[in-house]
Design a protein around this ligand. Structure first.
Ligand SMILES: NC(=O)c1ccc[n+]([C@@H]2O[C@H](COP(=O)([O-])OP(=O)(O)OC[C@H]3O[C@@H](n4cnc5c(N)ncnc54)[C@H](OP(=O)(O)O)[C@@H]3O)[C@@H](O)[C@H]2O)c1
Length: 251
């Protein structure tokens, strides 16, 4: 299979390793980090590609989101060697320089809302724009993006984390809408969201003390679970969000 993983964070790197274990797979890892990840012990079938380019404004900032043109160019480079079987977007932001999840309406700002939406919803949507048309048509192919259970409107019992929750709910709607369009052009294409559980990573690090014992997954465990979920999806999965244990996360 030909697999693309966008993002070289904890879960992205672990997904690359899990898919690269099968030597017949070719895995492309697209990241903003130059030369950071070369696939660990499975280097031969992993191709790290940098999604950063000089045309991108704010190229040195941690809040830099690749431009539409950068994503398009990388997509056409990857597509040059054939259609794609799996595309998994493993990027996302909960906190960053000056941005922390809001506990109350008082903490909302245009800046943090737009940045979090840019990273969590708009960037995956641009990836979908350029990569869904590249999905293989002869058998089941999957475009998946890492969402989060807290993006479920129905499941929101605690409140807080306005920008993160709302950006993931927006991502889910973008995926659902893309799933309908993708199916028209490619009946074998599936578009889904994935919730990895609570996973040990930079993203979750400041909030890990609240996680009950035994509920903080390693990125490796989460990636194995997500691979099992992705590889077991059937046609009825299109447009849904699935948790690490295969259960549907309500919208
Ligand atoms: N960890 C958890 O407990 C947890 C729970 C639920 C959902 N998730 C979701 O899982 C996904 C992966 O999270 P993780 O735990 O692996 O986090 P992580 O280790 O912090 O990795 C974050 C990833 O997001 C990308 N990213 C960060 N800022 C960005 C920006 N400004 N523009 C573009 N990309 C940016 C990075 O891409 P580069 O490689 O290009 O730098 C990196 O791949 C996220 O969507 C997150 O919301 C995680």
């Amino acid at each position: 299979m030909r697999i693309v993983v966008i993002g070289a964070g904890a879960i992205g790197r672990a997904l690359v390793s899990v898919y690269a274990k099968d030597p017949s797979n070719s895995v492309y890892n697209l990241t903003r980090r130059e030369g950071q990840f070369v696939g660990g012990e499975h280097q031969n079938n992993v191709h790290a590609m940098c999604i950063k380019d000089v045309a991108d404004k704010l190229g040195e900032s941690t809040l830099f989101v690749p431009s539409d043109e950068s994503v398009r160019r990388l997509a056409s480079e990857v597509a040059a060697s054939g259609p794609l079987d799996r595309v998994i977007v493993a990027t996302g932001m909960l906190h960053s320089n000056g941005i922390t999840p809001e506990k109350s309406l008082k903490a909302l700002s245009y800046e943090s809302l737009s940045t979090v939406f840019m990273v969590n919803a708009f960037y995956p949507a641009m990836v979908a724009k350029h990569f869904i048309p590249l999905l293989a048509k002869h058998e089941t192919s999957v475009f998946a993006a890492l969402s989060a259970r807290v993006g479920s409107i129905e499941d929101n019992h605690l409140g807080g984390w306005y920008a993160y929750r709302a950006s993931k709910a927006a991502l889910n709607m973008l995926l659902k809408t893309a799933s309908i369009e993708a199916r028209r052009a490619n009946p074998n294409a599936l578009v889904v969201g994935l919730h990895p559980g609570t996973v040990d990573s930079d993203l979750s690090q400041p909030f890990q003390s609240r996680v009950p014992k035994g509920k903080l997954f390693s990125a490796e465990f989460a990636a194995q679970q997500l691979q099992s979920v992705v590889e077991s999806l059937g046609p009825e999965a299109n447009g849904r969000v699935f948790a690490w244990d295969g259960r549907v996360v309500p919208y």
